[in-house]
Design a protein around this ligand. Structure first.
Ligand code: DAH
Length: 338
């Protein structure tokens, strides 16, 4: 076999390979040239017919030829796997994986649920009302007449539609429920309320309240005390003390504001409680006969108590938060702590 034969053979194979379209055709060619009885095998066998001195150099030539043919076949084989190559170039399996972030409920939502669960264990049902209210439900029905000075304190955002407004408290849901259902009633009402207050560390134009009320034939002020004591202990701890301070609300008579012993100084007096040893947590009282009259419940037959608390205030006291704005700024460094 001359050098020319070798070059011809290589060219012949390259040509045939160029025409190959399928893996099957490639395999057939491979058998023809590299198979056990193929062209290369015949050449190798031919070595034994050569004079002994010529065999080593011819053997090396044939081996080199065989290797270059194998390379040609491999190249062709690679051309059958184009997609595989692409995928490898797009996906970098060495990259760190994308982390799945777990969400959680907002601290106020968590606290609202916690408080509603405490009251539902005492037999209260949870009811929600609309944030857009009528003037009647928000004021008149609750014994807050148009000219009453107490109305200034939570005069609110009015809508263009006549006599509709963003509710300034959750108390109007008392009116809605008492108009629609008859006693016995035990209801808690969580929800958003709106007031024309400028934003600062202690005030917000929007915040959350939980209203509660109970109406039946023989509901007494002591029932109010008992229920609120269970609530305060469940939220703030067993050692908490409570006091009822006389106050005025148009929709309750008598009315009281409720304080708990300061959770920071335990009643000794500190900067958080303003040296008083007490922290105000809610307003409450016995439902006013005018309210019963407005909703058509016989005030001679039925009695009831009501209370209303600000959820942000409870959360700030419970967790030692000193700025209400933190609840609404969506700063994850704050929110992730709950
Ligand atoms: N609605 C009152 C407010 O927003 C809170 C309140 C006080 C609700 C006494 C009551 C209550 O039900 O009896 O300031």
């Amino acid at each position: 076999m001359s050098d020319l034969d070798i070059t011809n053979l290589k060219e012949e194979i390259a040509k045939s390979l160029a025409e190959v379209r399928t893996k099957e055709e490639l395999e057939a060619l491979q058998i023809k040239y590299l198979g056990r009885k193929g062209v290369l095998a015949t050449l190798t066998q031919g070595l034994s017919t050569l004079p002994v001195e010529e065999r080593p150099s011819r053997g090396r030539q044939i081996n080199a030829l065989k290797q270059s043919i194998i390379n040609l076949f491999n190249e062709k084989l690679q051309s059958f796997k184009p997609q595989e190559k692409k995928v490898i170039s797009f996906v970098d399996i060495g990259l760190p994986a994308t982390k799945q972030e777990l969400g959680r409920l907002h601290p106020l939502t968590q606290l609202i649920r916690e408080i509603c669960i405490i009251f539902s264990r005492l037999g209260f049902v949870v009811v929600e009302g609309p944030e857009i209210e009528t003037e009647e439900n928000n004021f008149t029905g609750l014994n807050i007449p148009l000219e009453h000075p107490s109305r200034d304190a939570f005069d609110t955002f009015y809508l263009k539609e006549q006599k509709l407004l963003l509710r300034s408290h959750t108390s109007p849901v008392q009116i809605r429920v008492m108009k629609a259902r008859r006693p016995p009633l035990a209801v808690v009402v969580p929800g958003r309320v709106y007031r024309p207050d400028a934003l600062d560390a202690a005030h917000s134009f929007m915040f959350h309240q939980i209203e509660g009320f109970m109406v039946d034939k023989n509901i007494k002020f002591s029932d109010l005390k008992g229920v609120l004591e269970v609530f305060a202990r469940a939220v703030f701890g067993k050692d908490i003390k409570m006091r009822f301070r006389p106050h005025y609300f148009p929709f309750t008579e008598p009315s009281a504001e409720v304080d708990i012993s300061c959770i920071i100084c335990k009643g000794k007096g500190c900067s958080v409680c303003g040296r008083k040893g007490w922290l105000e947590i809610l307003g409450s009282g016995m439902i006013h006969p005018h309210v019963f009259k407005y909703v058509g419940i016989d005030a001679e037959k039925y009695m009831g108590f009501a209370f209303g608390m600000g959820v942000e205030r409870i959360a700030m006291l419970k967790y030692g938060i000193d700025d209400i704005r933190l609840f609404f700024e969506n700063d994850l460094r704050f929110l992730r702590q709950f």
